[in-house]
Write a protein that binds this ligand. Structure first.
Ligand SMILES: [Zn+2]
Length: 97
């Protein structure tokens, strides 16, 4: 009398070793795929977030008059502040003084 798992109806009885191996491989594969999937999702999410942030910073302008912050994607050379209407010339680098 062996009791427990070894019922004669069980498919485990016919090929115990093979099934055990494939089951282990299957579970390892499932866990691995899940891990890769989660890592990939996290990586993609972080990557797209960083991208959006970089884009936002790139197009972000600060009015030199009223310190209003807005995004300007029009690539104009002289963007106008939507808050006070001041002309904010794009500068490559800050003035030397
Ligand atoms: Zn302004």
């Amino acid at each position: 009398m062996t009791g427990g798992m070894g019922g004669s109806w069980s498919p485990f009885v016919f090929f115990p070793l093979m099934f055990e191996l494939t089951f282990q491989e299957l579970s390892v594969g499932v866990v691995g795929v899940a891990l890769v999937f989660v890592c990939g999702a996290v990586w993609i999410s972080r990557w797209s977030n960083g991208n959006a942030e970089r884009r936002g910073v790139r197009f972000r302008l600060v009015c030199r008059l009223c310190r209003h912050v807005w995004e300007d994607r029009s690539r104009e050379r002289y963007p106008v502040c939507p808050s006070c209407g001041a002309d904010n010339r794009r500068r490559r680098r800050p003035r030397p003084w």
